[in-house]
Design a binder for this molecule. Sequence first.
Ligand code: BV8
Length: 249
Amino acid sequence: MTGAIEAAAALVAGAHSVVVFTGAGMSAESGVPTFRDDLTGLWARFDAERLATPEAFHADPDLVWGWYEWRRSRARRAEPNAGHRAVAALEAAVPGTTVVTQNVDDLHERAGSAAPNHLHGSLFAPRCIGAGAHPAVFPDAEEPQEGRRLAPPRCDACGALVRPGVVWFGEALPEEALRAAVAAAASCDVLLTVGTSGVVYPAAEIPRIAARAGAAVVQVNPDPTPLDAVSTLNLRGTAATILPALVPV
Ligand code: BV8
């Protein structure tokens, strides 16, 4: 595969604008379980796509808040991996680089990425469910326990329940984030898609928009995905081992 990695590195080195589109696999080598690995204990009987919904939160706020607080504590304890650091280095080497992530952790930021575009929100931006959607500060709750319920706090401003600052299934993506991601994908020379199964829409359209616009699409994933079909190069490997080889020296 070294030929493919060299070809991908040459594409990146010759690019004026690059989009790096990342999914849960980007954080796997930091020890953050991928989206569907997280269901343990109390949550194990649920399907992630059923738990990550407004209906689940409405039905049992403590169950859903407990899951997200557990995930947030896992993300806080994790460290960015060599893949996150390579993305930050790529941004420095190619000024026209845009990072678009489906991930809700903050590992891109902690690796030095300036302003990753969080299409699905963030574990670190809770807000209340009141009309004002007031940003909430995190309570000094006890360390979340795996598989345990935890009561969400109430908003200081209006008393409404606080919810995770993520985009749930059935919820619209942040308009400006999606618009910017589509614009970047439609005008880039190269799009790197890293660690995503490419099945969650409308985010999964991003690599397909780049391919349709004539960009070279390079996929980094140890496993085949539906994005194989739109990728110019498929690099069968992990984010932390492949991405450093793609950064122009
Ligand atoms: C919406 C936040 C409408 C929460 C998440 C067509 C068009 C539009 C919508 C739909 C559609 N069809 C269906 C829908 C509905 C739905 C959807 O797409 N469902 C899927 C299941 C079919 N979409 C929605 O509901 C979206 N909203 O459409 O709203 C609307 C419009 C207007 C007004 C009102 C409503 C909202 C979707 C967002 C959901 N929220 N996250 C949370 O995190 O709890 S999605 C969540 O799942 C993650 O954020 C992530 O995006 C996704 C998981 O995907 P991946 O990141 O790809 O992760 P995955 O585990 O699947 O794959 C990991 C990959 O990494 C694997 O391939 C693996 O091989 C690889 N890997 C592993 N290790 C490594 C690695 N790769 C590299 N290195 C490694 N070390």
